[in-house]
Design a protein around this ligand. Sequence first.
Ligand SMILES: Cc1ncc(COP(=O)(O)O)c(C=O)c1O
Length: 451
Amino acid sequence: MELRDQLESPLFTHFISNYSQPTGPDLLGRTEEFFQWQEARRQTGLWPYSRSLESAPTPEGGVRSETGTSRQGLNFGSQDYLGLSTHPEVVATAHRAIEQYGLHSAGSAMLGGNTAPSLMLEKALAEHLQMPHVALFSTGWGAGFGAIVGLVRPDDHVVLDALSHQCLQQGAAAATQNVSRVPHLSNRAMRRKLQEIRSKDARNGILVVTEGLFSMDSDVPRIEELQSICREFSATLLVDVAHDLGALGPRGTGSLGAQGLLGKVDLVVGAFSKTFASNGGFMATRSPAVRQFVRVMGGPHIFSNALLPIQAAVVLEALRIVRSEEGEALRKKARENSMALRMAFAERGIECLGEPSNVVPVPVGDPKVARLAAKLVFERGVFSNLVEYPAVRLRETRFRMQVMATHTTEQARQGADVVAGAIEEARRLVKSQSRSARAAALREERAQAEL
Ligand SMILES: Cc1ncc(COP(=O)(O)O)c(C=O)c1O
């Protein structure tokens, strides 16, 4: 059957959330229904996830779908914002680190897993963020989750920006039942929420959680105001700078640097996986006590093996480049690419969301249009991630394109042309199909009436 004839089937009308709460005693067997639905999407080219790169995360290369289809083309789906994962000096550093320290950290940071590069990295990050005490984690996820779980106890409260990353949401849920969410970027709502909590509970802690750059919307909170609201209500502010540190702000200091707030917020967590050419993450604080407490009480730091020496060395070298003139030039180039992409979409009538950054959210809206468009985009050799409900609201389905400093502006324009063209084509198809479905329903109604 043609895809156009299946627009009302679960292939297009169901979401992961339709399958995420199975019930029944058979924990394994009850995964089957989701699998069948996912498999149907996979086999029809409508499952644009879990692809693999066939080269380094460079602007052009090969991508392979889960069903084994390979395509060569333009890559707007990698998180290597300044292109440092293939930078010759970063690669040379990685080789040297292997020779000197071997491949493995061979222990948690608590139990002998620290290495000379990891100690140097803690110091360098402390200086970069003007936060003298840094703890490393082996993933960015672990840093966000671990900082919250480390500090918050069941009687405390966590208030999150509603669009906070899952590592923060799950950290909050694991730490306490007193979790609230306030509308995205609304400092006013945050103030009201803190006032409400404090009017009832003066004895326990409140952790307020936000991000330096929201990665689905490419927008930024007013952090100074948020920090002062937190002070007013004796709350603690945590900012996750996974997407902006290194990629934005003067000398790559991210949104904190751009807003003149280096060293001025309570807690900073982040990930190395977007700009620093490695997996891993960190928490930074002004307090030696907070650092030691979270290291020992924050599960992932103590109960998971430490960052590899090769990763620490790579991040350290990436940070050196981030802070250099070269880093400034790479950020400028990434911004030009982001603007070129945004402009090319605007010329085709699509206004991208948020502010210019390496993340360019391209709104589609209708999930059916988005799934069809994602299939066309891949077939036409552009790799861009589709973000669907429940990761975003139902009618806010979007492509999240990610530009790197290593793209050319011409590639950005080409990428936009392919994605915009696919969205237009998919929209036409869905519209004509629903028109003919309506006409068929009308004919049916009339035929029934004549009987
Ligand atoms: C805000 C934020 N925090 C943490 C993470 C997790 O980082 P990592 O993928 O490096 O573990 C991400 C990554 O998607 C993120 O966007």
